[in-house]
Design a protein around this ligand. Structure first.
Ligand SMILES: Nc1ncnc2c1ncn2[C@@H]1O[C@H](COP(=O)(O)OP(=O)(O)OP(=O)(O)O)[C@@H](O)[C@H]1O
Length: 289
C-alpha cells in the first residue's frame, strides 16, 4: 500500500433524519456526525433503525425528511451509484460473493472506476490492457491489506466464511471509498475470525485514513474498534459518545436490558452483556475491552 496516508475524508453529517414505512417511524429525527478518519458505531436492539439508517446513507432508501451531508454534498437526493461515486462504499450483512476467484470479485469492485469501454477491453486495445493491469495491481494491494493476498487466485467458493467476509470488505475498498459502511462485519464468525476482522478494520482505517460507519451487534467488537458510538432505539437516538460513555448510559441499559437502569445493581457491567436478541453468544463471544 502507498506509504503516504491520503487526506482525511470530509465529515459525514446526519441531521434530523426521519424515515417512515406506512404508519411506522423507522427513524425519528436522528442526528450524528462521523468525524473524519474515525470508526463510528451505530448500535441498538433489533428493529432500532440501524439498517434503515445504512440504507439512507447508501442511497437505497429515501428519507421523509432530514439530511445526510458528506462535506459539501447532500446525499439524500442522490442515486446509490452517485453516492458510491462520491466515495461511500458499503458491505452487506449477508455474503453476496459466491462465483469466480477473489481477483474476479475485487475487479467487480473496480468496475465503476474503469474508463475503457467494453469494446476496447474486448479487443484488448493497449490503453484498455494498461488500465486493466493497473486495476488488477490495485485489487491485489487491497487483497493483501485484508489478508487475502495468498488467496487472490482462489475461487471464492473454496474460501472459509471468514475469508469470504473479508472478500466483501476488500471489494468495497476497491471502490476507493472515503467512507466505508460496514454492515455486521463479524456476524456468524467464530472468535478467531472476529479477531482477524477487527485487526483488518483497524489496519484499513490506519492505512487508508478513511471513516468507518459500523453497524454491529457484537459489543466486544464495538467497544474495541469504535471511537464514537450512536445508540438507536425504536428509531430514536437515545445516546451517543465514546464506548465508555454509552456503556454506562442508563438509557442504553434500559434499551438493551428492557429494565429500568436503577433496577440493575451493577449498571456499569450490564452493557458488557450481549443482548439476547443480538450476536451469537457462546465461548467465542468477546467481552468488551
Ligand atoms: N421496508 C420496510 N418496510 C416496512 N417496515 C420496515 C422496512 N424496513 C424496516 N422496517 C421496520 O423499520 C424498523 C427498523 O428496522 P431496521 O431493519 O432498520 O432495524 P435494525 O436496527 O437494523 O434491526 P436489526 O438489528 O434486526 O437488523 C423495524 O420496525 C422494521 O420492521
Amino acid at each position: 500500500m502507498s506509504a503516504t496516508v491520503p487526506p482525511p475524508p470530509p465529515p459525514l453529517t446526519v441531521t434530523d433524519l426521519t424515515v417512515r414505512f406506512a404508519g411506522l417511524v423507522a427513524l425519528d429525527a436522528v442526528g450524528f456526525t462521523v468525524r473524519p478518519g474515525t470508526v463510528h458505531a451505530l448500535i441498538g436492539p433489533n428493529g432500532a433503525g440501524k439498517s434503515t439508517c445504512f440504507n439512507v446513507l447508501s442511497g437505497v432508501c429515501r428519507p421523509a425528511s432530514g439530511s445526510v451531508r458528506l462535506g459539501e454534498h447532500e446525499l439524500t437526493r442522490l442515486a446509490p451509484h452517485r453516492i458510491a461515486g462520491l466515495g461511500v462504499a458499503r458491505t452487506f450483512q449477508n455474503i453476496v460473493t459466491t462465483a469466480g476467484t477473489v481477483a474476479d470479485n475485487l475487479m467487480l469492485g473496480r468496475h465503476g472506476l474503469t474508463k475503457a469501454g467494453f469494446a476496447s477491453a474486448a479487443l484488448r486495445l493497449p490503453h484498455a490492457v494498461r488500465e486493466q493491469r493497473t486495476h488488477l495491481r490495485r485489487a491485489r494491494e487491497f487483497a493483501e491489506l485484508t489478508g487475502l493476498g495468498a488467496l487472490f487466485d482462489t475461487p471464492v467458493g473454496l474460501l472459509s466464511y471468514g475469508d469470504r467476509k473479508r472478500v466483501e470488505l476488500a471489494r468495497a475498498l476497491c471502490l476507493e471509498p472515503r467512507v466505508l459502511l460496514l454492515d455486521e462485519p463479524v456476524a456468524g464468525m467464530n472468535g478467531a475470525e472476529r479477531d482477524r476482522m477487527a485487526e483488518v478494520v483497524r489496519t484499513v482505517r490506519a492505512e487508508l485514513g478513511l471513516s468507518v460507519v459500523l453497524v454491529e451487534h457484537d459489543m466486544g467488537l464495538v467497544m474495541r474498534l469504535a471511537d464514537e458510538v450512536t445508540v438507536l432505539d425504536f428509531g430514536r437516538r437515545i445516546a451517543g459518545g465514546t464506548p465508555e460513555q454509552v456503556r454506562n448510559d442508563p438509557a442504553v441499559l434500559r434499551a438493551y436490558l428492557g429494565t429500568p437502569a436503577t433496577a440493575d445493581p451493577k449498571p456499569s457491567t450490564a452493557p458488557d452483556a450481549t443482548p439476547p436478541h443480538a450476536a451469537p453468544s457462546g465461548a467465542d463471544q468477546e467481552s468488551p475491552a
